[in-house]
Design a protein around this ligand. Structure first.
Ligand code: HEM
Length: 414
C-alpha cells in the first residue's frame, strides 16, 4: 500500500507526536501486521501490537511485565532523561498499573469491591446532579463559542472522582487545579515532583480524616479492605488514589469529547439516537471502538524472548498496545461496515479499549455510566449544539498516547 505516514530508520513506522494524520496512521499500523516495530519520540523504538488476537495474547502473557527494570534501553541509559513518554510508565511498584503477578493480584482483590459496579452505582444520582450543575453554568454565553473540553468534559470526571473519593464538593476545584498542574508539568521534573508531593500530603490528610470519619466512599472502602492482617498499607491506598486520576480522568474526558465530535460529524448516525432507534450505551461503546481514548498504551517489557503475532519480542524489549490500530481490526469487526466508519448499528466485534486480562480497567463501569448520563443531558439541554469550526480544523492534542482534541470549540445555542 502507498504509505501516508513517516518512516524512521530501517523503514519502521514513526508514530507522529503531533498526530497530523491519525486515521492514516491507524490504518497503516493495522496493515503492518499484528505486531510491528515503531519509532517513538527521540528515536526510541518499541514493538506495537495492532490486532485483537495478538493483543489478547500479549495482555495475558506473564512474561510481558510493567517493571521498567526489564527494559534494556532504559537500563543501558539509551532513554533521554526528560523523555516525554516516561510519565506513562509507572515509577513505583505500589499501585495497580505498575505491578504484576501475585503482587498485582493482591491489589486487585483488595480494591475489587471499591470499584465494583455496585459501589459505582451509588454515584449515579450525583453524576446526574453534577452534570446538571455544569450545564447550568454553561447557560451564560451559550450563544458564543466556548471550549466544551475545558468547560464541561474536563470538569465532570474530576468532580466525579472527588465524589468517589468522598472529598467535600468545596474541594473538587482544588483537586482539579492540582491535577491540571500535575498533568501539564510533565516536562518539568521539578514542578512535577513538587505537585506529586503536595498531592501525597493531601491524600495523607484525607486518609487520616476518613479513618476518623468513615463514609460511603472509595477511600473508606480501600481503608477497610482485607482481613486477617492483609490490608492495604497507607502507601498502597495513596497509590490507588493517585492511579485512579492518572488512569481515569483524561481517558473519560476523551471519551466525552470524542463522542460529541463523532455524533456531530455523523448526523445520519445521530438521527438514529434522536429517533430512539439506538441507545446512548451504544454511542458510548461505538465511540470507545471508533476513537479509543488512548491511542497507544502502556509499555510492557519482555522478561524473556516471546513469540507474538509472527514476531519475536526479545528479552529486554518494550511493547505497547496500539488501541487505535486494534480498533481497525477486520478479523474482529468485519469488513462491512468498514471499521474506519462510525456506525451505531455495527453488530460484529467487541472493542478492547478498556484493556484486557489482569490489568483490564476497573473503572469501566464508572466511565460508561458518566458517558451514558452526561451525553444525553448535554444534547437534551442544547439540542442545536454544533462545532464552532469545521471538523477538519480541530487540532489534535500533541501526544501519541492521549487521543483527544486540544480544544473542542462549540456553540451551544447557535
Ligand atoms: C473511557 C475511560 C477509560 C478508559 C478508555 C480506560 C482505559 C484503561 C486501560 C486500557 C487500562 C489498562 C492499562 C494496561 O493494560 O496497563 C486501564 C487501567 C486502569 N484504569 Fe481505566 N480507563 C478509563 C476510565 C477509568 C476510570 C473512570 C477509572 C477509575 C475511576 C479507571 C481506573 C483504572 C485503573 C485503576 C487501572 C489500572 C488497573 C490495573 O492495572 O490493574 N479507568 N484503563
Amino acid at each position: 500500500m502507498s504509505c501516508p505516514v513517516e518512516h524512521g530508520s530501517g523503514g519502521i513506522v514513526t508514530l507522529d507526536p503531533y498526530v497530523k494524520n491519525l486515521r492514516a496512521e491507524r490504518e497503516y499500523l493495522h496493515a503492518a501486521g499484528p505486531v510491528t516495530r515503531v519509532e517513538l519520540p527521540d528515536g526510541v523504538t518499541a514493538w506495537a501490537v495492532t490486532r485483537h488476537e495478538a493483543a489478547r495474547a500479549a495482555l495475558t502473557d506473564p512474561r510481558l511485565v510493567k517493571d521498567i527494570a526489564h527494559w534494556d534501553d532504559f537500563q543501558k541509559g539509551r532513554i533521554p532523561e526528560a523523555w516525554p513518554l516516561m510519565s506513562t510508565i509507572p515509577p513505583t511498584p505500589t499501585n495497580l498499573l505498575g505491578t504484576d503477578g501475585a503482587e498485582h493480584k493482591r491489589l486487585r482483590l483488595l480494591t475489587a469491591k471499591a470499584f465494583s459496579a455496585r459501589s459505582v452505582e451509588r454515584l449515579r444520582p450525583r453524576v446526574h446532579d453534577l452534570t446538571v450543575e455544569l450545564l447550568d453554568g454553561l447557560e451564560t454565553g451559550a450563544h458564543e463559542p466556548l471550549d466544551l473540553k475545558n468547560e464541561f468534559a474536563f470538569k465532570l470526571p474530576m468532580s466525579v472522582i472527588g465524589e468517589l473519593y468522598g472529598v467535600d464538593a468545596a474541594e473538587h476545584g482544588y483537586l482539579r487545579d492540582m491535577y491540571v498542574k500535575f498533568f501539564s508539568a510533565v516536562t518539568g521534573p521539578e514542578e512535577f515532583l513538587e505537585t506529586y508531593a503536595t498531592l501525597e500530603r493531601y491524600y495523607e490528610g484525607m486518609i487520616a480524616d476518613k479513618r476518623a470519619n468513615p463514609g460511603e466512599d472509595l477511600t473508606t472502602e480501600l481503608l477497610n479492605a482485607g482481613e486477617n492482617g492483609d490490608a492495604l498499607t497507607d502507601l498502597e491506598v495513596r497509590g490507588t488514589l493517585q492511579v485512579v486520576v492518572a488512569a481515569g480522568h483524561e481517558t473519560t474526558v476523551n471519551l466525552l469529547c470524542n463522542a460529541v465530535r463523532a455524533l456531530l460529524a455523523h448526523p445520519e448516525q445521530f438521527d438514529l439516537v434522536k429517533e430512539g432507534r439506538v441507545g446512548w450505551d451504544t454511542v458510548v461503546e461505538e465511540t470507545l471502538r471508533f476513537d479509543p481514548p488512548t491511542s497507544n498504551m502502556i509499555f510492557r517489557f519482555a522478561t524473556e524472548d516471546v513469540e507474538l503475532g509472527g514476531q519475536t519480542i526479545r528479552k529486554g524489549e518494550a511493547l505497547m498496545t496500539s488501541y487505535g490500530a486494534i480498533s481497525r481490526d477486520r478479523d474482529e469487526h468485519g469488513e462491512e461496515p468498514h471499521p474506519d466508519t462510525f456506525d451505531l448499528t455495527r453488530e460484529k466485534g467487541r472493542h478492547i479499549s478498556f484493556g484486557y486480562g489482569p490489568h483490564v480497567c476497573p473503572g469501566s463501569h464508572l466511565a460508561r455510566m458518566e458517558g451514558q448520563i452526561a451525553l444525553p443531558l448535554l444534547f437534551e439541554r442544547f439540542p442545536d449544539l454544533r462545532l464552532a469550526v469545521a471538523d477538519e480544523e480541530l487540532e489534535h492534542h500533541p501526544s501519541i498516547v492521549v487521543n483527544s482534541m486540544k480544544e473542542l470549540p462549540v456553540v451551544l445555542r447557535p
